[in-house]
Design a protein around this ligand. Structure first.
Ligand code: FE
Length: 263
């Protein structure tokens, strides 16, 4: 069941979806460029007036596929920014390739700047990665200010989401991740929640972070939640249900006892 989606073309299972668009503005998602045992991951493109930001571009094998398929959507010279929501390998492992093959500037939480050189970032491209301060920042893409919104501990301790105020999309990284859902987008929150529940209970450290996020999300006008894994949540009604679910969910430390088991 795929609702409201425009699937432009498929390479086997590798679908590219236009999430939303307006004049001179487009949001595009590659849904399944991975292979083998890799966790499914989405790569998002925000395109505004011929400037492109790639969000969480993925690891080495995804890099090869994504780079070759990008030319169908944008010119590689339009890639102005790379956004890394946090430090996980499914996001940042191929950072060096992207920095070598494009002139893009990248953004990453200041917490992780000393760690990612271990992924093999060459000395002479590292200065093109801008540390994002803990309080977040604005970045102008094609005339629109995108907001890098703090979402620390969801799940990474230095973690950001991107809000596009023009298309009203919140790119939530690992928050809203679903695994195994048989759809790529949904407006049926009640049917979808079962695919999100186990991930959030185990990977998100505590309820306080969830509550902070819900309080923040309610200040934004959101029509689409676009996570890095699994399906998008569309329509304001489904988005509101999602925010309310996050707000009340016990997870991580809330569910743990007083000590760890000793094997
Ligand atoms: Fe992660």
């Amino acid at each position: 069941m795929i609702k409201n989606a425009t699937i432009l073309w498929s390479y086997g299972k590798k679908d590219m979806i236009t999430i939303s668009q307006a004049q001179n503005s487009k949001a595009v998602m590659f849904h399944d460029l991975g292979s083998g045992h890799m966790v499914q991951a989405n790569q998002h493109l925000i395109i505004k007036n011929d400037e492109t930001m790639i969000l969480d571009p993925g690891g080495h094998k995804v890099y090869t596929s994504l780079f070759s398929q990008l030319s169908s959507v944008v010119k590689s010279t339009s890639i102005k920014y790379l956004f890394f929501s946090h430090q996980d390998p499914d996001i940042i492992a191929a950072a060096n390739g992207w920095l070598m093959m494009t002139d893009a500037r990248a953004f990453l939480s200041e917490l992780w700047m000393r760690f990612i050189p271990h992924f093999g970032i060459d000395q002479y491209v590292i200065d093109r990665i801008t540390p994002i301060p803990d309080e977040g920042m604005l970045v102008n893409l094609g005339g629109i200010d995108l907001k890098f919104i703090p979402a620390h501990f969801l799940h990474s301790s230095g973690n950001f989401q991107v809000y596009d105020p023009e298309l009203k999309i919140l790119y939530t990284g690992d928050l809203g991740a679903s695994l195994g859902a048989p759809w790529q987008e949904t407006d049926d929150f009640d049917a979808h929640v079962q695919y999100m529940d186990p991930f959030h209970r185990r990977y998100i450290p505590c309820r306080k972070a969830m509550k902070m996020w819900a309080n923040t999300a309610r200040k934004l006008d959101i029509e689409i939640i676009a996570p890095q894994h699994g399906a998008m949540i569309k329509t304001p009604v489904a988005v509101e249900k999602f925010i309310n679910w996050i707000d009340g969910l016990e997870c991580g430390l809330d569910l743990m006892g007083d000590s760890f088991p000793v094997p």
